[in-house]
Design a binder for this molecule. Structure first.
Ligand SMILES: *Cc1c(COP(=O)(O)O)cnc(C)c1O
Length: 389
């Protein structure tokens, strides 16, 4: 066996089921393993490498900052953090940004902010947050509690109280929970990613927004996976015409380095006060310099390309043998395969294409910048992997 496989199995905590390839380098939508085999990457490091692997402009931005000031602390001012926060606010209409290092941390900040806002607005006990069944919000204890899947609520209890779970696309169920509990917020993903790439209904989402206004609850949108151009808009909520109070994002914002951002709208812009929250690495200059390079290039031209590539993939795969249906939005797509999803991913690797899974779906999160030629070649390989026996 490959000695790195053995070392990893011996020394790295056994929390991942890895595919048996060792990747050593990449460029754009291509990655190569230790044996020199080339793969077309339809996973982007789980929606992280939106501009592909080792994007030149991103490398230049990060390395310039690495040479100047790779890290300072949040006790001092530095430019990349302020510039990135300004760009996020300008492009979303949000008022302030808290930076952390991951999606889970962005959601932790959203949960803390919503609860503090509930306390400030209504007094004690207005702390309940409605989330959706089949959602995914992270792996920390609080974000696991927020995740509306029973399978995540075993082994690690006790979990924090104050999360109740509504059925997705069932507005009456959200209303029932809002009536029965003293709520400060509803938190949801517009497209449930880990839950199987399920895009929620437009009517449901606008209904939830109206209910939040009626009941005095915050609307919190988790854009950790859907955001940063992935769904064909800068943030997926924009495609649904929503006006969230808090937006969290992570994965694709850093272009390959760890970042999380919790964007705070008008109502909650002053909810967090000095000392209320913090992060040692949050807003790290090198990471934020990379984020600026990424965010500044997610423009309408790129977003239009994302929507076109999405239409192309849906057209190609909907008609392919071994495909029951294709769901999702933009370049966040789920294929319901005849073969088991894991088997399709393994057959893809044999054929030189990297795909992901989510529940029973094959999940595609290609780089936003994948070329049409690369995409065509990848889909040929994937169709062969999907072909039933
Ligand atoms: C990946 C993901 C998270 C967790 O992000 P981490 O960076 O792994 O902590 C949270 N919410 C959604 C919707 C995600 O897809």
């Amino acid at each position: 066996m490959n000695s790195i496989f053995e070392k990893d199995k011996t020394y790295v905590a056994g929390t991942y089921t890895r595919f048996p390839i060792q990747l050593v380098r990449g460029k754009g939508a291509l990655v190569w393993d230790v044996n020199g085999k080339e793969y077309i990457d339809l996973g982007s490091g789980i929606a992280v490498n939106g501009f592909g692997v080792a994007d030149d402009q991103w490398i230049a931005a990060v390395t310039a900052q690495l040479g100047a000031l790779p890290h300072t602390s949040n006790l001092y001012y530095s430019s990349p953090c302020a510039e990135l926060a300004e760009m996020l606010c300008t492009r979303t209409g949000m008022k302030k940004v808290f930076f952390g290092n991951s999606g889970a941390e962005a959601n932790e900040c959203a949960i803390k902010t919503a609860r503090k806002w509930g306390l400030d607005t209504y007094g004690a006990n207005h702390s309940t947050i409605i989330t959706l069944k089949n959602s995914f919000h992270g792996r920390t204890i609080a974000t696991l509690a927020a995740t509306g899947q029973d399978s995540f609520h075993t082994n690690f209890g006790p979990f924090p109280e104050g999360f109740v779970y509504a059925t997705a696309n069932d507005l009456a169920d959200v209303r029932r929970l809002a009536d029965e509990n003293a709520c400060c917020a509803v938190m949801l993903e517009c497209v449930q990613g880990e839950g199987g790439v399920v895009a929620l209904d437009t009517d449901f989402l606008s209904g939830v927004e109206a209910l939040c206004r009626e009941k005095g609850m915050l609307l919190v949108i988790d854009e950790v996976q859907t955001g940063n151009g992935r769904c064909g808009a800068l943030y997926a909520y924009m495609r649904y015409g929503l006006h969230p109070d808090i937006v969290t994002t992570a994965k694709g914002l850093g272009g390959g380095l760890p970042i999380g951002a919790c964007m705070l709208g008008e109502k909650v812009q002053n909810t967090l006060t000095p000392g209320a929250h913090g992060s040692t690495f949050g807003g790290n200059p090198a990471v934020c310099a990379g984020g600026l390079s990424i965010l500044s290039r997610i423009d309408e031209k790129l977003l239009a390309e994302v929507r076109e590539k999405s239409d192309y993939i849906v057209r190609e795969l909907s008609a392919a043998p071994g495909v029951k249906s294709v769901t999702g939005l933009g370049l966040m797509l789920g294929i319901d395969p005849v073969r088991p999803a894991r088997e399709v991913a393994e057959r893809g690797i044999e054929r030189g294409v990297l795909a992901l899974t989510a529940k029973t779906k094959v999940r595609l999160l290609p780089p936003l910048t994948i070329t049409m030629d690369q995409l065509k070649a990848a889909l040929e390989r994937l169709k062969d992997a999907l072909k039933p026996e």
